[in-house]
Design a protein around this ligand. Structure first.
Ligand SMILES: NC(=O)c1ccc[n+]([C@@H]2O[C@H](COP(=O)([O-])OP(=O)(O)OC[C@H]3O[C@@H](n4cnc5c(N)ncnc54)[C@H](OP(=O)(O)O)[C@@H]3O)[C@@H](O)[C@H]2O)c1
Length: 247
C-alpha cells in the first residue's frame, strides 16, 4: 500500500460514512476512522481489514476540539500524513420551529459546523505545506432549500457549506481541493428505505453513487477541479413543506 494514501473519514461508524470508508479502503487508502461510538468504528475497521485494507479507530467527538487535535495527531503518527479528509459526521434534528431550544440549536451547530471546522483546521495546514490534499464536506439538501422542521439542522449545514467554500478559495492555490458535496435527497440507507418500502429504490441517492463521486473528486487533475456538486435522484419524494394539519 502506498504510504501517501491516507484518509480521515468522520462519522465512519455507520451509514454513509461507513460506506465511504470501505470504498476508500478498497481504493488503497489507509483510513483513520472517527465517530463517538467505538464499537461501530471497530465494525467498520473490520470490514476494511477483511477486504485487505488498513484502518485505525480513533473514537472522537468532532465537536470537542481537543479530542479532534489528539485524534488527528494519532492518525498521522500511525498511518502517515492525511491527504484526504471526508467531513461526513452529522447530527439531525427534526422539530417544529417554535419548539427548537437554544440547546438544540447549539448542538446542531456544534456537530455540523464546529465539528468540520475543528477537523479541517487540524488537517489543512499539513496539506497546504505538502502542496496537496482533498477535503470533501458532505452536505444535505437542506443547504439549498430546507424542508419544514429542519431549521436548526439547515442553519448548521449552510454554515458548513460556507466553510467548504471559504476553504476552497483560501487553500486552492496551495494545492488543497475543498469541495461542497451536496447530497440533495434521501440516501438509500437501510434505515431509510425500510421505512419507505413502497418507494422505488431509484428515488434514493445510493451510497455507491456518493462513493463514486468522492473517488472522482479525489482523482481530478488540479487544472480542472470541481468545487461544488449536487447529487440528486431524478425523483424528490421527501416533501419540503410539512403536510397541512387536519382541522
Ligand atoms: N441520510 C441521508 O439521507 C442524508 C442526506 C443528505 C446528507 N446527509 C449527510 O450525510 C452525513 C452522514 O449521514 P448519515 O445518514 O450516514 O448519518 P448517520 O447514519 O446518523 O451516521 C452519522 C455518523 O456520524 C457520527 N457522529 C454523529 N455525531 C458525531 C460527533 N459529535 N462526533 C463524531 N461523530 C459523530 C455518528 O457516530 P456516533 O453517533 O457514534 O458519534 C455516525 O458514525 C451527514 O452529515 C448528513 O447530514 C445524509
Amino acid at each position: 500500500m502506498s504510504q501517501d494514501k491516507v484518509a480521515l473519514i468522520t462519522g465512519a461508524g455507520r451509514g454513509i460514512g461507513r460506506d465511504i470508508a470501505q470504498r476508500l479502503g478498497r481504493e488503497g487508502y489507509a483510513c483513520g476512522l472517527i465517530a463517538r461510538t467505538k464499537s461501530q468504528l471497530e465494525e467498520t475497521a473490520e470490514l476494511i481489514r477483511g477486504a485487505g485494507g488498513r484502518a485505525l479507530v480513533t473514537p472522537t467527538d468532532v465537536s470537542k476540539r481537543e479530542q479532534v487535535v489528539a485524534s488527528v495527531a494519532t492518525i498521522e503518527r500511525e498511518l502517515g500524513p492525511i491527504n484526504v479528509l471526508i467531513n461526513n459526521a452529522g447530527a439531525y434534528l427534526r422539530k417544529p420551529f417554535t419548539e427548537i431550544s437554544e440547546e438544540d440549536f447549539d448542538f446542531q451547530l456544534k456537530v455540523n459546523c464546529y465539528g468540520p471546522f475543528f477537523v479541517t483546521q487540524a488537517v489543512v495546514g499539513g496539506m497546504a505545506q505538502r502542496g496537496h490534499g482533498t477535503i470533501i464536506f458532505v452536505l444535505g439538501s437542506e443547504t439549498r432549500g430546507g424542508p419544514a422542521q429542519y431549521s436548526a439542522y439547515n442553519a448548521s449545514k449552510v454554515a458548513q457549506r460556507a466553510l467548504a467554500e471559504s476553504c476552497a478559495y483560501e487553500f486552492m492555490h496551495r494545492g488543497v481541493h475543498s469541495v461542497a458535496l451536496d447530497v440533495d435527497g434521501a440516501v438509500g440507507l437501510p434505515r431509510i428505505t425500510e421505512g419507505a418500502p413502497q418507494e422505488d429504490p431509484d428515488h434514493f441517492v445510493s451510497t455507491e453513487a456518493i462513493c463514486n463521486e468522492i473517488v472522482h473528486l479525489i482523482n481530478q487533475p488540479r487544472n480542472a477541479w470541481t468545487f461544488a456538486v449536487d447529487l440528486r435522484s431524478y425523483w424528490q419524494w421527501r416533501p419540503r413543506v410539512a403536510a397541512k394539519k387536519k382541522e
